[in-house]
Design a protein around this ligand. Sequence first.
Ligand SMILES: Nc1nc2c(c(CN[C@H]3C=C[C@H](O)[C@@H]3O)cn2[C@@H]2O[C@H](COP(=O)(O)O)[C@@H](O)[C@H]2O)c(=O)[nH]1
Length: 168
Amino acid sequence: MIYSRPFATLTVYIWKRAQILVAEAWAAFYPASPSTPHPLFPTGAAIHELTMFADYRVPQILHHLRILSYPPALVKLLRAHVPLAPGSPEELAIRTASIVAVERVRQEILRQAEEDDEGSGDDEDVSSVLIDFYLWDLAKRAEGEADGVGGVETAPMLPIHRTRSIWY
Ligand SMILES: Nc1nc2c(c(CN[C@H]3C=C[C@H](O)[C@@H]3O)cn2[C@@H]2O[C@H](COP(=O)(O)O)[C@@H](O)[C@H]2O)c(=O)[nH]1
């Protein structure tokens, strides 16, 4: 994704499809017993090193959960279903913000685990991949519900952002 500003051109790589391939293969073939080696990653998979897979559902639920906040101009674009050009500042901002947000959620989970002294927050057990899976499933479940995710204070559910691209 090429992102140009008046004085700088920056190439931003978002590895969503490569990441989801590895993570879904890891999850789908996860052995029932911890003593059985993983058939695809017998020496272990560094799943905790992956960031979330920057798509359109996870930012939607992050905004609904008030983990991300959007400026009114962006909310207006999303509500009007205006297509966001691939590589546009809006698309890039939504996707990269979702990566940063999930990293912060992960840090917060680790911090709380350490505070509660639950195994003092093992970095490898709390992965952005598992947080992503959780949020994506939650977004799918909340999709048809009038009030989205119930039981917590939320922002109104916005439509997903629309970008024609092969990178999702
Ligand atoms: N970030 C993130 N994106 C995810 C997934 C999954 C499926 N994973 C689940 C499957 C079983 C487990 O329970 C996993 O949770 C699909 N997608 C993406 O969504 C898009 C399709 O969406 P829709 O238009 O609504 O069908 C498409 O770009 C696809 O690549 C995920 O987990 N995280």
